[in-house]
Design a binder for this molecule. Sequence first.
Ligand SMILES: [Zn+2]
Length: 284
Amino acid sequence: MTTPAMFPAWPGDAEVAVALTFDVDGEAPWIGEGPQNERRLTLLSQGRYGPVRGLGRILDLLAELDIQATFYVPGHTADHQPEAMTAILAGGHEVAHHGYLHLDTENLDADGQRGELEAGLAALARHGVRPAGYRSPGWELTPETLAMLAGLGFTYDSSLMADDRPYWEISGTEPLLELPGHWSLCDWPYFGWTPYHGGLLADPARVERIWLEEYESARREHRAITYTMHPEAIGRGYLLRMLRRVITGMLDRGRPWFATHAQIAALAAAPAETAASPASARPS
Ligand SMILES: [Zn+2]
């Protein structure tokens, strides 16, 4: 069962809340696939490009434009690329949970899923981070993990897609705020490519149009919108130039509030109040 979340007016008389989010996967997804990948140095290095090279470009752009973002960091990345965590936190950004070894939750039993959650929490805690939010690796969430999140102290999730507005996911005893993304607003289906995981290597001008069209829809509906990116993809030089054009295009078209997921979640009215309110994301 789901219920749209209610919000007051966005801060600063903004028309739309924009969450730029980055999944700093690094080598974790490839190592997590199994030991056959341990000898595949090119594949692993392609993942390592994210925290080692792409991330710095992203952080520089965000600092230049004075934008705070949310970084979903697998515990493995936090443990093996600690300087990436340090740089993200030094920029004043939010760090959220993205598994430990980026294991597909649907292929783990309940104990395995809890292990991923707890190991990820421990790794982030070594950097002083207590994450408020969770995004499932590979964007597949199971009933078992969903049921564990509130009990482990998470206040929001960003894995499900039942609405394009924030909503309350009520699947057990405790409602959880969902901040939905979508594959069309993610860089990976367009630009993420390896010899074994084929993407499109799409024309960035096309993606720029899609992302700005969805922004325009969100602006007119006064809703929150989430973009999902990966430093190993969006962190390529030509794609960072696209991201800059997307952000400046947003600023040219209206008044966005660039916010972290935690900032948006903090504004959501409690679900009991939501249930008593009209079923719209926000009065416009
Ligand atoms: Zn990921």
